[in-house]
Design a protein around this ligand. Structure first.
Ligand SMILES: [Fe+2]
Ligand SMILES: [Fe+2]
Length: 333
């Protein structure tokens, strides 16, 4: 557990993670004393890295060209990991519209967007065919253990479910990519659309983890569930992409329901409406004073878009066509 937490803390230090993380009550027990102990590990690690970064007149570092020196100097200032510039690989300086430096490496300003919160949240695909009913029942069955395990702990619930939600888009995108290579045919943009969905779900997780620190047994559960779910969904997508997309469509309908309940708990005061994490403010272009309620509202809108995309994809297969026969919803949020 110490290893997992230490790795998590170090990762955030490398990424220049913000100091404004909010740890929910469900994380307090897991964070606490271990976090204090780990801070010493972190300080030692960062000292080690900064020492390693110091140029030495007796080393090959002294022979670097001007460009590499400037890269290294910039990195030292930020406390980032200093890497060899031998390859000439460096990220150009990126700024926000107001001229301030872009603080994230994990996404760029041109990948951010304003969520379309006007989307109809009540849409539902009425199961008619046998496959629809199988998909619907499967999702309803999966919800039972989820409800029992999390009950109304919607912060933990959302964080855990987002670790699963990022899998289908990646599996579907990967399989379509392989198919495109195998069959010498274009994908119609669907590879990109599905990978975008996976990335969007992962950003939901990166946001939730700023608010809720997973406990060790929750991390263990994620490992187990990912191992099972990835392989199960991989096989399912090979056998029946229309069933796979229909299941995801229904999972997204459940996600909308869960986030609606989350919002109800924020409104009732059961969950504190804390300030939004910095990563969420930048990713969804939220106002600086945005709150958790704003974040959950835009995430719920994203889930509604995923619902529509996956039901649409399943419908295409139901018509006996391939996804590439219909325009892919690239950039659809
Ligand atoms: Fe999500
Ligand atoms: Fe989703």
């Amino acid at each position: 557990m110490n290893y997992l937490l230490a790795r998590s803390v170090m990762k955030r230090a490398i990424a220049g993670g913000n100091g404004g993380r909010y740890v929910s009550p469900c994380a307090a027990a897991a964070g606490g004393m271990e976090a204090r102990g780990l801070s010493m590990v972190l300080i030692g690690w960062r000292r080690m890295m900064s020492t390693a970064a110091e140029p030495s007149s007796t080393s090959a570092v002294a022979e670097k060209d001007d460009k590499s020196k400037s890269v290294a100097t910039g990195n030292e200032k930020k406390g980032d990991v200093v890497v060899s510039s031998y390859w000439g690989v460096s990220r150009p300086k990126v700024t926000r519209e107001d001229g301030t430096e872009w603080p994230w490496n994990c996404f760029m300003p041109w990948e951010t967007y304003r969520a379309d919160v006007s989307i109809d949240l009540t849409k539902h695909h009425v199961p008619k065919t046998f496959i629809d009913k199988v998909a619907y029942r499967t999702v309803k069955l999966l919800r039972i253990p989820t409800d029992i395990f999390f009950q109304r702990r919607y912060g933990c619930r959302a964080m855990m479910l987002e670790t699963v939600a990022g899998v289908p888009g990646m599996v579907g995108g990967m399989l379509l990519h392989l198919r495109s290579l195998r069959k010498f045919e274009q994908s119609g943009g669907w590879i990109k659309a599905l990978l975008e969905e996976a990335e969007n779900e992962r950003m939901h997780l990166m946001t939730m983890v700023e608010l809720v620190q997973p406990k060790w047994y929750e991390r263990l559960l994620v490992l187990t569930v990912q191992g099972v779910f990835f392989n199960a969904f991989f096989v399912l997508y090979l056998l029946s992409p229309k069933l796979a997309h229909r299941i995801v469509g229904y999972l997204e309908e459940e996600a909308i329901h869960s986030y609606t309940e989350f919002l109800k708990d924020i409104d009732s005061g059961a969950i504190e409406n804390v300030p939004a994490p910095a990563i969420a403010i930048d990713y969804w272009r939220l106002p600086k004073d945005a709150t958790l309620k704003d974040v959950i509202t835009v995430i719920r809108a994203d889930e509604a878009h995923h619902r529509d995309v996956n039901h649409f994809a399943s419908d295409i297969h139901f018509q006996g066509k391939e996804l590439r026969d219909a325009p892919a919803p690239i950039g659809y949020h």
